[in-house]
Every structure is written in C-alpha cells, then in structure tokens.
Design a protein. Sequence first.
Length: 504
Amino acid sequence: MVDNIVLSIKHLSKTFPGVKALDNVDFTLREGEIHALMGENGAGKSTLIKTLTGVYPFDNGEIYLKGFEKNIVNKSPEDAQKNGISTVFQEVNLCPNLSVAENLFIGREPKKFGNIDWKTMNKKAVEVLKTLDIEMDVTIALENYSLALQQMVAIARAVDMSAKVLILDEPTSSLDDLEVEKLFSIMKKLKEKGVGIIFVTHFLDQVYAICDRITVLRNGELIGEYAISTLPKVKLVSKMMGKNLDDLADVKINQTNEYKSEVIIKTDQLGVSGSIKPFDITLHKGEVVGLAGLLGSGRSELARAIFGADKPNAGKIEVKGENFIAHTPLDSIKKGMAYLPENRKVEGIIKDLSIRENIILALQARKGFANVISRKEQEKLCNEMVELLKIKTPSIDIPISQLSGGNQQKVILARWLLTSPDFLILDEPTRGIDIGTKTEIQKLVIKLAQEGKSIMFISSEIDEMLRTCNRMAVLRDGEKVSELQENELSQEKIMQTIASGGIK
C-alpha cells in the first residue's frame, strides 16, 4: 500500500434483490485529502459508505486501511469506529438531551472511583473543541445548539476517537453560508492533521471550494477518479448524468403547445430560510415550466415553498393576481393548486388504504369532511380516473400497496386531477417507472397544458423535460440561478447553465 494512502477499496460489489447497487467499484483516499464522492440519486454513494462502515455486508471486494496488515471487514459501525473510520450524517446521530461533554465522551467517560469524573470530562471536552476552534458551554444539553454546532460536536467526537477516515454525508444541506464556512475551516484543520475526509454533497460550488479530488459513481459503477483541477464543472455534470456534450446537438423539443398570457402564479422574492433562497418565478395559463438542476439543487424546495408545504418566511406569492398566503397545504388546494411529491411512498400513497380511498382523498379534503362524497359518487369518479390514466388494477377497492410503482404514481396523479387544479406541481412524476408509463405521463402533461392548466415539472431526466416544457428555471445550491426560454432549450445549454450557476 502506497505510504500516503489511508484507505483503498478494491472491486467492491453489493447486490440487493433485483438491484446491483455496487458493481466492482474502486475508491482511494489519501492522508490529508478531502475527496468528494459524487453521483446522482441511485448512483451508489450511500451503499458504498454503508458497506465500508459495516451497515451492509458486501458481496465481493477488499477494503485496506493504513496500519492493518490484511484487508478489513467491518461488521458494524462500531467496528468501523474502532478501526478509525467515523461517519457524520446529515441527521446528527448524537443524544440531544445529554450535555455536549457527555456526547463527546459517551461510552468512554473518564472514571474516578468507579463513577464518571465530571470535572475531568468537562475539561477534556473544552480542550477537544478548542483544537478545532469551537467555543461551546460543554455542560449544557446539545439540543440548545444549532444543527451546525451539533454536527461540529459529532466531528470533534470522531477526531478525538483517532479517526483516520472521516466521512461527511451531506453535512451542509441544512447550513447557512456562515455555518458552511465554519465547517470548511474545521475540515481544513483536519486535513492539516492528516485525516482523510470523504465529502458527500450535491453542492457543486462547495466541491470546488474545498475538495482535492472527485470520484464519480453512476448506476452503481465507477465512472472515474479525477483531480479537481482536471475536471471542469460542466464535465462533472456530464459524467454524473451520463451525457456527452458532443452527442447532444440533435435533441429537439417535441412540445408545440403555445401558452397564453394570463398569469396564474407569480412569486416575488419568495424564500424559506435554510431551504431555498428568495426567488422570482412566473407561470402562465397552459404553460409547462421545468425546474432543472442536480439532486439537492433546490428544485423540490422551490416547489414546496409555492405550495405551502414549507412555510415561506420571505417574499410573497400571487395566485391569479391576488396576494395569497397558505397557512396549510389545504389552503393551497382550495386555491386550485395540486402537488405530486417526489417521494410517493412517504408523502404520496397511504399504503393501508384502497385505490379508491387514495384517489378521493384530496377532493374530500377540499370539499370538507362534513360534505362526505357518497360511495356511489366515489366509485364513479375513481373509475373515470382509472380509465383516463389507464391504471392497471382488477378493482378500485384493493389496497394501493398491491399496485406496481408506476400505477401507484398514476393513482396519486388521479387524486390531484380529480380536484380540477389550475396549477399542478409534478415532482419526479416518472421516477422508477417503466418507459411506457413514462411516455403516457409525458403525453398527459402536454394534454393538460393544452387544456389550460399551468404545470411545474421537475425531473432528473433532462430529455423528458425537453419533451414537455416550454421554459426552464435552473437551480443550483438552493438558488434559482437562471431561466432558459423555449429557443434556448437544449441538453448542452441546460448542463452548461447548471455547471456555471447561470454565470455568462
């Protein structure tokens, strides 16, 4: 093993039922290096981390760690920590009700006469934090501090446990710019101490601000390892998406629908602190506006702010020329909005209810539960939707959990179409479904726009947005950075705009 290599993964493979999550992947981390692990959703980043840290067993491959004569196999995260590999997740996995000092030394508290030596523990906690320029009252509960400081406590704990490898999994997703700067300062200090850091993030600017190397995964396979200086942002985007810019010239827009001048939705510096920076966007009647950007760029957050799923704390929104404040998503539904969320299993379907009950839910909420829709009317409406959307089911009264993913997606779409919305947000409506159903949904989007509905369309697949959208807003790092008009829409232009952040 080369002297400065602290971690070497060779030919790692992991299969879940029906899915090859990792296929013969290599990864190398050097001492004092900050190494970005990049890839779109489903690329294999999380699986690589979990197999490395003992959450999942792996099928094949070898893991070498500096200081060990043989390759190691971590059977649990505790094993990984003992071997010098620590992970700090986006969701801090410490104990918020315990003090900062207790969290730093949990499981390894200094003892005196068989009891915890609180004075020594608190003193050591201050010293540990001081090495990273962190000032905190170590005697108060961790929950009294911001998420950023909680993450820094988790990092300090890992370092004090003699971590050779520190994995930071989406650590900046909930931090503001000043908190990110503080985190980067700590990462640089650790780098100087020789700690190898694996940095997982969707924020391109942060990668180029702090990292030395990038490894790109796609669909469970290694695309390559690159020095940061040799991989421009546009090429990184291309490798993550699997598109070569030279092959994109012939992509055309098949959408010929002309939208009208009537404005349905207009925002003025609408924003949600820690989620999406203030943005302006306008949607006209019969228009399909796409939101383009890498995963984590702020696409879903922008849509949720408009719908009121996340409450804006800046700016305003107008619906059909009138100021509108959504205290709850139900207010938005009553105003003629509909929202198909990205995660259908968590935020979409209610798996224990029937197809009929899932479809009728939003309409019943809009009418009010005092005005119960009769069973006969429910069946009539639901059967019409099953016919319209070609939902494959023997009965509308079987549990929705028995349907395929694509048919579940159609049920959620039916739920919202039944409310006759003026404005429809579709967040990844075709993710994880077969090509035939994808085409049906794309055609339906165009048909709905031609009927006068305004649609916000979010997809990780630029091809399908080119087929359906009149215009696209481009997002990066939680900010709307550009808008592309119909005559500017091409794969190359979109990818270059994502990479440049809208800078001409």
